[in-house]
Design a binder for this molecule. Structure first.
Ligand code: FAD
Length: 469
């Protein structure tokens, strides 16, 4: 593995940086012992080979981040920004000799502003905690990755994360009005504020959202809120085949129904989730769809009735409504736990592809074909309403032949997604995991444009090097 710091400076810059950090920020938590930094080497992309960080630091104010960035720039030491480390493309994975900047202690909700429907937060705030805090004011922060009880707003912003409510409300980018960003030279910029409409100059907010820590460090965000929607109505439909469930998704979309949640699980995932939660799901079904409406009252009834009709037309074998809020909550939690449930079956390597929603049946059929032809178990679940699927490869730990099969499967699945007009990542980001496929999707000229932006904002290449491009 490359020691970026040594390669860039030709000398052990790390020791000098640590001395300067201790002198400049004596109260900041700084971990340097390998036993202490071990837990910060990985993210949830467990198959990534992480480096060994020089140290891990925990700033508590923008001014501290500025000082850290200035000192790293002076010593030529790269920076790996880190939220909660739940990422699934290797974005927060440690780099040899780099300083990992963990944002977990920059975690205050600075303001909830009901008059402007905004919240201003630091990056280390946990997504679900923000949701609960704004709900006390009758307000709603919509983006909710399945990891929402663990992941940070900073990670969500850097990945432009999706979640279970995107089909109706959109992704993280749709809820960001402005950011405070520390640039690679230590200068601080603000890209927007509380204005609903603001088109002055280039859209720098949009540029930093989804930039995976490679263009700047996000130290504050002003987020858009909505009025808290009514409680949800929830139904699940079981199908005799995965493509039939995909057909139901296409029919629901074509019928103009926009549920708040439209999630899919295949038989493998149903069994794993039911084993873990004992919900009494139909384990003989090949797939299920979970459909929810938060439209309230008669409108919610109408949405679910239309979804039921679409599911029936696609061949659903049974359709059931959650009896009450508690039962709906169990179902939702079970869906959120799909990945941990599959992990009980072996090493579960979660992937992430997206296709236009009308092409979902074809994508699902191709994943089934790849699984059958390679004799590789692939559980599939995901945000079907967004056309965003998570094929999850299940292998025994240490099975090297299976690891090679996964490489073949990934290649075939990404090519199929691109062939259907889709993407190699719907929400988990490029990171290290999808970097080799970026050019295949975007083309060399577009990647060159990304490289030009990176070079302009981070000429020394110190921000999360080796990630994205
Ligand atoms: C069980 C499970 C379910 C998941 N479900 C979803 C889902 O439904 N939808 C979805 O989109 N993702 C999902 N994810 C992936 C992951 O939770 C998201 O990508 C999340 O946004 C990562 O947040 P984090 O705080 O863990 O960030 P990390 O993993 O720590 O970091 C992610 C990226 O953000 C960068 N970063 C972090 N903080 C900053 C900052 N302040 N400034 C600049 N860059 C920064 C890092 O360098 C890295 O590139 C899931 C993961 C798991 C394990």
């Amino acid at each position: 593995m490359l020691d970026y710091a040594a390669a860039m400076t030709g000398q052990p810059a790390g020791a000098a940086l640590l001395d300067d950090l201790r002198a400049a920020l004596p109260d900041m938590r700084l971990l340097v012992e390998p036993a202490d930094t071990e837990a910060y080497r990985f993210d949830e992309t467990e198959y990534m080979r992480p480096g060994r960080p020089l140290a891990v630091c925990f700033p508590r104010a923008t001014a501290e981040v500025v000082e850290i960035v200035r000192l790293c720039s002076r010593h030529g030491v790269p920076i790996v920004p880190r939220g909660a480390g739940t990422g699934l493309s290797g974005g927060a994975v440690a780099i040899d000799g780099a300083l990992t900047v963990a944002f977990g202690q920059l975690n205050r909700i600075l303001e909830i502003d009901p008059a402007n429907l905004t919240a201003t937060v630091q990056p280390g705030v946990i997504n679900a905690e923000l949701g609960r805090a704004v709900a006390e004011h009758g307000l709603f922060y919509a983006p909710d990755p399945a990891s929402f009880e663990m992941c940070t707003i900073g990670g969500n912003l850097a990945e432009n994360s999706g979640g279970l409510r995107c089909v109706k409300y959109g992704v993280t980018r749709d809820f960001v009005l402005g950011l405070e960003v520390v640039l690679a030279d230590g200068e601080v910029i603000r890209t927007g504020g509380k204005n609903v409409k603001d088109v002055a100059g280039y859209d720098l907010t949009g540029l930093f959202v989804g930039s995976e820590g490679t263009l700047g460090l996000i130290t504050e965000a002003t987020l858009r809120l909505l009025p808290l929607p009514p409680p949800k109505l929830t139904m699940i439909a079981f199908f005799p085949s995965v493509p039939a469930a995909g057909d139901a998704v296409a029919r629901i979309t074509a019928a103009g129904v926009v549920p708040v949640t439209l999630e899919l699980m295949d038989a493998f995932t149903i069994a794993a989730v039911d084993e873990m939660h004992q919900l009494g799901l139909d384990r003989t079904a090949a797939a299920l769809l979970m459909v929810e409406s938060d439209a309230g009252g008669a409108a919610a009834e109408a949405e679910l009735s239309a979804a039921e009709a679409a599911c029936a037309a696609a061949g659903a074998t049974s359709i059931v409504r959650a009896a009450n809020a508690q039962e709906a909550d169990w179902l939702r939690q079970a869906r959120r736990a799909a990945h941990p449930a599959l992990e009980r079956a072996g090493v579960a390597r979660m992937d992430d592809v997206g296709v236009p929603r009308g092409r979902i049946p074809e994508m699902l059929a191709e994943i089934e074909r790849v699984s059958a032809e390679l004799a590789l178990p692939i559980g599939v679940f995901g945000h079907a309403g967004d056309g965003n699927l998570h094929p999850t490869y299940i292998v025994s730990r240490g099975d090297e032949e299976a690891e090679r099969l996964i490489d073949t499967a990934r290649d075939r699945i990404y090519r199929a997604a691109l062939g259907l007009g889709g993407t190699v990542t719907g929400e988990h980001g490029t990171g290290i995991a999808k970097r080799p496929w970026l050019e295949a999707q975007r083309g060399p000229r577009a990647v060159a444009a990304m490289r030009a932006i990176k070079d302009a904002l981070d000429p020394a290449g110190l921000l999360n090097p080796g990630k994205v491009i």
